[in-house]
Design a protein around this ligand. Structure first.
Ligand code: NDP
Ligand code: BG6
Length: 510
């Protein structure tokens, strides 16, 4: 792997100052730009983390005057930023926001974009790095990448610390073959160290804390293995439905949308070995090694490792909500899963025999993402009388969101003159300890990309290794169509068939 970055640009967050930059957002009139990217850039500016020479160019097909795009950006900050618009800071940022109209497959528009960037660089009187953020639907990833190459934009600053960078949104392919193809298209234009494949879960504070929890505290490592851990459960649940994104979602489903990427990152960070250093390649090497140790999923419909289901009409917060097939842009015969649960086995010395259960779905009882490490029961028969001893398995629950924190479940004597027990909880809450207004995932990730730190981004081989595991399952489900597709009521915790995955090993979902 090429490592021609300047030393201060490597490693996990040592250097937070970004070099002078022009960031170009493709798909700048879109939902993600409005809700996440513009507010993230504004908050970086507010924290004085943007370089003195910072320019944003929005790119899209519709002609929009600079002033209109600036006014839209102001609206986005007012509506979606975690902190209010500061009138002392905003005018300076706003003055450096530009817009460029053009097709994603139009070489002329890219040549003009290059001229615009070079003109800004000339006026700045210094070298600027160009960062390209691809925030469009995946159907135009390929022409954008090719035009970045043929226009010379991708090669700008090559061989210097200010070499161009490219941030690319998910979905990264829809199976192994398409992910490999996309990696190849990218590799034709960029070296791997210039590439930043986003998984916004890696930008969440609690996800970054996973490594700190595991490797900065000595008490966990001796018990973080098959001798003490009974099972691991990873839940990424949402109460929202597909909303206005039905068109996209129906081609994706819960497995492609959440499990193959976000949930697998949680699994990898929970189960990987300690990296040699906090450097990007050392951490990503460990994640890839772990992903490679996961056994192929068994596909048998009766006792296989995977369950899928679609939500049916039900109640969320006391309100009646429609089933998936009644949502906008969803075909009446759709077999897309809105819920999936998986049982994974990791074939290595640490985890052999410990089931990892993963589930993710829309329109579930509530929004919660958590990782639960359930430990084995103590040996011996001291506390077996159920009339006196209410016992639970020791469980470390890492709450990714909401109500971020860590909870440890243990058993305690109930105060009194006889010996009775009950499970109790030890809590650490981010909001109580650190306050609740912490940076959003996209702030951290955009800054890291500008700085050139790829630690919190997915490497090409990492995404391919994950797709290798998921592709046979997705192909099998596609062959089955609606056959074997279960259903669950909105507001529930998913179908009963998902419980079956755990019953077989005497476990149950938390
Ligand atoms: P949008 O559907 O809002 O599209 C973004 C922009 O791309 C549009 O404003 C439009 O810009 C252009 N565009 C839309 N459809 C097409 C098309 N068929 N062909 C060419 N251009 C098109 O996407 P989002 O902003 O929601 O998402 C952007 C990317 O981020 C996607 O890859 C998505 O998967 C990913 N993502 C989005 C999340 C979200 O919450 N929105 C969450 C996580 C990832 P114009 O017409 O001006 O050219
Ligand atoms: C996105 C998915 O990647 O993550 C959405 O495409 C999902 O379907 C979203 O709603 C969840 O993100 P978060 O940060 O709200 O958990």
């Amino acid at each position: 792997m090429s490592e021609d970055r300047h030393p201060f640009l490597q490693g996990l967050s040592k250097h937070r100052g970004a070099p002078p930059t022009i960031i170009v957002i493709f798909g700048a009139s879109g939902d993600l730009t409005a809700r996440k990217l513009i507010p993230a850039l504004y908050n970086l500016g507010l924290d004085n983390l943007l370089p003195g020479d910072f320019h944003l160019i929005g790119y899209g097909r519709k002609p929009i005057p600079d002033e209109e795009f600036q006014a839209d950006a102001e609206k986005d900050v007012n509506e979606f930023s975690r902190r209010p618009l500061n009138p002392d800071i905003w005018p300076q940022l706003k003055a450096n926001i530009h817009y460029h109209a053009g097709g994603y497959d139009d070489p002329k528009a890219f040549a003009e974009l290059r001229e615009k960037c070079l003109d800004i660089e000339k006026k700045a009187g210094r070298d600027l790095q160009f960062v390209f953020y691809i925030s469009t639907p995946p159907s135009v990833f390929k022409p954008i990448l090719e035009n970045l190459g043929s226009s010379g934009l991708a090669a700008h600053g090559k061989g210097t610390p200010l070499a161009s960078k490219m941030i690319i949104e998910k979905p990264f392919g829809r199976d192994l073959a398409t992910a490999q193809e996309l990696n190849q298209i990218i590799a034709n234009q960029f070296d791997e160290h210039q590439v930043f494949r986003i998984d916004h879960y890696l930008g969440k504070e609690t996800v970054q804390d996973l490594m700190v929890l595991r490797f900065a505290n000595t008490i966990f490592e001796p018990i973080w293995n098959r001798r003490y851990v009974d099972c691991v459960q990873i839940t990424v649940a949402e109460d929202l439905g597909v909303g206005t994104r039905g068109g996209y979602y129906d081609t994706s489903g819960a497995t492609r949308d959440m499990l193959q990427n976000h949930t697998m990152q949680l699994l990898a960070l929970t189960a990987m070995e300690a990296p040699v250093s906090l450097g990007a390649e050392d951490i990503r090497d460990e994640k890839v090694k772990l992903l490679k140790s996961i056994q192929p999923l068994r596909l048998d419909p009766k006792d296989g490792d995977a369950v899928r289901a679609q939500y049916a009409e039900g109640l969320i917060g006391g309100e009646k909500v429609p089933g998936y097939l009644q949502e906008k842009d969803i075909p009446a015969t759709s077999s897309t899963e809105t819920f999936a649960a998986l049982r994974m086995s990791i074939n290595n010395w640490r985890w052999q025999g410990v089931p990892f259960y993963l589930r993710s779905g829309k329109r579930l009882a509530r929004r919660v993402s958590e990782i639960a490490i359930q430990f084995k029961q103590p040996p011996g028969g001291l506390f077996t009388d159920p009339s006196r001893f209410d016992m639970a398995a020791n469980t470390l629950v890492i709450q990714i969101q909401p109500d971020e924190g860590t909870t440890f479940l243990l058993n305690s004597k109930i105060p009194g003159l006889e010996t009775r027990t009950q499970p109790v909880k030890m809590h650490f809450r981010y909001a109580t300890t650190f306050g609740s207004n912490t940076p959003e995932a996209y702030e951290r990730l955009i800054l890291d990309a500008m700085v050139g730190d790829s630690t919190l981004f997915i490497r090409g081989d990492e995404t391919e290794t994950s797709w290798k595991l998921y592709t046979p399952l997705l192909e099998y489900w596609e062959e089955c169509g609606r056959k074997g597709l279960d259903s669950y009521a909105c507001g529930s915790w998913g179908p009963l068939s998902a419980d079956r995955l755990l019953w077989e090993s005497n476990h149950e979902w938390r």
